[in-house]
Design a protein around this ligand. Structure first.
Ligand code: ATP
Ligand code: MG
Length: 369
């Protein structure tokens, strides 16, 4: 067996960066956004997000991680410094609302109506750019938009804003921030870690995502709860679509439809000795909506030490060989499968973009061929 891991992950990542052949991604297409979500707590959302980000970075991808959980666990793992809500996603959401209110107030002024209130928070938010609050981490090609406790305030503020202006698409605020400020052009892959709730922050993450990963443990309670999570997800987005499309039909606009490139449930903290039967039932239930690899329970997670977070930062000498190899393998294989999904959807997007180009410029295409 190979036992050849003497360098720190950071120097390996630098080595990858210096390779002549960077990992594949189609040119000119935006970053893929992957949300990791489940309203059940403790299903390994944060652990999975952190390890996927590190795996992708080791492959040479430029990665942004966004922590939408006010518990800030992912922020701690990535060593983020987040003094208050102004260094979280909060101002980006506020800015999206502020811009919508500004547009509305222009219309109101023209009609001689009173403007909607525009408080100091909104004025401040307009000055914030996503690039000012995204921070580098100790991983050379991972940047972070962090979280801390005050981000939870967004869960109260968002519905209040929406009551003030019903036409504000509250679920689209994060997506707008990432696309309008061209953050999706600065990175290859963006990972979103969400809180254990189907609140407004999670809805923003899901609406922005191209790929949705739903981690769950192979226990009856987590299986049961995850089934309900999918039901709620469906009904939440169906009701958003219904409401939005009623307005759009009235205004003669094209209808919206929420779609992901891919949705996958992923078994985590798997113990083959105890959970194989139930995992097989879960696998049969989810079918193609489930990854084939089960992320195993490993002693290496959560025990790596003070300044070391996760398997890719762990020193193999601190563990017995079998534990280390299995731990590495479980997260390497999780990434391998997610990477395949990402590459597949990029490839599909690339083909679609080419088809669109050739249909809009048939003569050029002929000259090329
Ligand atoms: N593969 C694994 N092996 C062993 N322990 C794990 C594994 N994955 C996660 N854990 C542990 O399970 C616990 C919950 O994991 P994590 O914090 O990632 O879940 P979460 O879904 O993000 O939780 P929350 O809902 O609170 O955000 C943590 O103590 C973590 O260290
Ligand atoms: Mg978490």
């Amino acid at each position: 067996m190979d036992w050849n891991i003497h360098q720190s992950p950071i120097s390996r990542s630098d080595a990858v960066n210096n390779l002549a052949i960077p990992p594949w991604r189609p040119e000119g297409l935006p970053a893929k956004i992957v949300a990791v979500s489940n309203f059940k707590g403790g299903t390994s959302k944060t652990t999975t997000t952190a390890h996927l980000a590190m795996s992708a970075a080791l492959d040479g991808y430029k990665v942004l991680v966004i922590d939408l959980d006010s518990q800030g666990s992912l922020t701690s793992i990535m060593g983020g410094d987040v003094p208050d809500e102004w260094s979280t996603a909060f101002p980006l959401l506020a800015k999206d609302y502020a811009q919508t209110v500004q547009a509305e107030n222009t219309v109101r002024a023209a009609a001689g109506q009173a403007p909607l209130p525009f408080d100091e928070t909104l004025t401040e938010a307009l000055k914030v750019s996503a690039r000012d609050i995204i921070q580098p981490t100790h991983w050379p090609n991972i940047d972070l938009l962090g979280a801390q406790l005050n981000l939870y305030w967004a869960e109260f503020q968002i519905p209040v804003w929406r009551m003030g202006l019903r036409s504000w698409s509250l679920w689209d605020a994060l997506n707008n921030a990432l696309t309008e400020e061209r953050i999706v052009d600065d990175y290859d892959i963006i990972f979103l870690d969400t809180p254990p709730a189907l609140g407004y922050l999670t809805i923003n993450a899901l609406a922005a995502a191209d790929i949705l990963l739903v981690p769950l443990g192979a226990s009856f309670l987590e299986f049961d709860s995850t089934g309900r999570f999918f039901d709620m997800l469906y009904s939440t987005f169906a009701s958003v679509e219904d409401g939005e499309n009623a307005v759009r039909r009235r205004d003669g606009l094209p209808e919206v439809k929420f779609e992901w490139d891919a949705v996958r449930a992923l078994i985590t903290r798997f113990d083959a000795g105890q959970q194989t039967d139930l995992a097989n039932v879960i696998q049969a239930y989810f079918g193609d909506f489930m990854t084939t690899y089960r992320q195993e329970l490993t002693a290496m997670v959560g025990q790596a030490g003070e300044s070391v977070n996760g398997i890719y930062e762990a020193d193999y000498r601190d563990f017995n060989r079998e534990t280390y190899v299995r731990g590495r393998e479980t997260f390497d294989r999780t990434w391998a499968e997610v990477k395949e999904l990402i590459l597949g959807t990029w490839y599909r997007d690339q083909q679609a973009a080419k088809a669109e180009q050739s249909s809009s410029a048939p003569q050029e295409e002929q000259a090329d061929g």
